[in-house]
Design a protein around this ligand. Sequence first.
Ligand code: ADP
Length: 261
Amino acid sequence: LERQLRQAQKMEALGRMAGGIAHDFNNLLTIINSWAELLTGEPGQTTRTQRGMAQIREAGNKATALTRQLLAFTRHQIVERQPLNLNDRVTDIVELMKRVIGEDIQLALTLDPALGRVKADPGQIEQVVMNLVVNARDAMPHGGRLDVETKSVSIAHSDPLWPNPLTPGPYVTLAVRDTGCGMDADTVAHVFEPFFTTKELGKGTGLGLSTVYGIVRQSGGTVGIESEPGHGTTFTIYLPCIDEDSDSPRPVAQPRNIIEQ
Ligand code: ADP
């Protein structure tokens, strides 16, 4: 327990430090970006200078997007959990994300009509789906197939679920399956760690899946991963169903930190 506590404190300190740096960095970037913008319009520039200015602006914009993501990650967000149907949320978000997914990726949405409700924050669910879908798209740069599926499942005592054991009972699952590059075992072991990324600078922050994991654990669920290099990946979110009689989720096991393992 002490080790877990130390780990949690370390993560919190790291988060605070990253947030502080992102904030100051953002202010400095504002100066760089506005001067780059201003000087771009100056008359009498050589082609070389113009090209250089364009690159400064582009890099500045990427850096701003990165610090924004960092700030969103570290900022304390107000969470309001309410009973909701995952099918409705998923349909809305996936519809919104069609443009992001692109035409090279074949999208299939399969919804279980008899899905139980879960207690979750709609904004957080949105974040979860968006992060998983963006990752799936990034894993398929040459196109492929993206399956998003909801299902009702029952977890029995005999089901050992990696990475966290779940309290047996009814759950809702959301699976996001891609036919992309897949991950080797070493990558799978690190994906939930904050700042772990294999993407090039400016493309990934390594915060997406640690956010997903944090949200799902806080809601009493877990995240499963199946992946095969060269073939694809499936992320499956498990969320406990509401006991409709008492309108609150069944008691679930205390969250354990994945980084511990
Ligand atoms: P980011 O997307 O910014 O890199 P994430 O935390 O979302 O951060 O993901 C961490 C890493 O996990 C990615 O850089 C990638 O290596 C791996 N990953 C996540 N999703 C997938 C996927 N669907 N297919 C292959 N690799 C993935």
